[in-house]
Design a protein around this ligand. Sequence first.
Ligand code: HSE
Length: 413
Amino acid sequence: MKNIAIIGYGTVGSGTVELFEKNREAIDKKVERDCDIKYILDLRDFPGDPYEDRMIKDFNIILNDPEIEVVAELVGGATFAYDYTKALLSAGKSVVTSNKELVATHGAELIKLANEHNCSYLFEASVGGGIPIIRPLNKCLAGNKILQISGILNGTTNFILYKMINDQMTFEDALKLAQENGYAEANPTADVEGHDACRKICILASLAYGKHIYPDYVHCSGISHITLDDVAYAENAGFAIKLIGCASMLENGKINAMVSPRFVEKSNLLSNVNDVFNAITITGDGVGDVMFYGAGAGKLPTASAVVGDIIDCLMHHSISIPLHWDDSEDNNFIADYKDAKVSMYVRVEVKEDIANIKSKLSETFGTVLFIERDNRPENELAFITSTMVEREIDKKLDQIKDKAEVKSKIRLL
Ligand code: HSE
């Protein structure tokens, strides 16, 4: 039966077709019937492509074909993809996607729509590329209260940081390579500035805490301001710098969520997650810590998650696979990140005698750990504060801003 359609024949779309066709026999056995891809929708032409005979340009052909049960939406973005997904779910066709922007922006609405029309909206590929994380969080860990989620959720930035540190590659060259490998978003600013990781932590937190957490309400900073000087200080002090997304539920019931670069201790497994790999640690009140690791981006790893969702939908034809979070009308349940307690790495340009500044810093912060790097300029100082409310750290740095100008600040994990 030709019951599958693919929308978008880019990196993930072509990978999905390739992987599905390669393993079709085994997939048919799992699903216990013949299945195949009937249509591939893309506005571009692909002359000579082995699947050229399935290419179409009109979305209505998919929407109006009763044979189509599952559609993989792999166009990305929240415009056309949103309209297509709503139309398909309303027509009772299941939709699977890698589109984290759409899930993070309209997930609650689309999940509800799927439930109302006895079909499914699945998005395993939207977080962690090929890593199974949505299904384990939704099913295997469902018996736990999720205390914390933290992870490396963006392959491009992890790849860039890794290449900068290990191969002394410039930021620009490393980004170019990530784009050539198909890791980066169409607009890589979303990777570099942390927005992609932010969408992903919002999806995980929404699933874990049952309420839609919109990216607009979550503090997010990326890696574009990190210099090799910061990397050198981190190395010397026994840390790696990683872009980390985290979410946790505070004792008052509020959700603390954030994406930012972090100093991660070398003893923490996350510090050894390199290249394009992602890793996510989930802490449940029953299970304790569990860690998920694998390729976080790329053609076939992401296709692996998409094809897995297609199979799940085919196995549950006419049934809405349970997955749920409520929409949220306000952001009152999101904690202010400045109220959280952190330790902070700070690099300053010193405007007066360095010994005076050191004693001033010790006086202001209590305990301060000064750290070193090779070839440190005489007017530069780097240190790690003790753990305190972030707002307090900012206040203290502000008090000495005439004597020590902050050049870089990175939270510790
Ligand atoms: N641009 C994303 C990343 C792709 O680098 O992680 C996978 O979501």
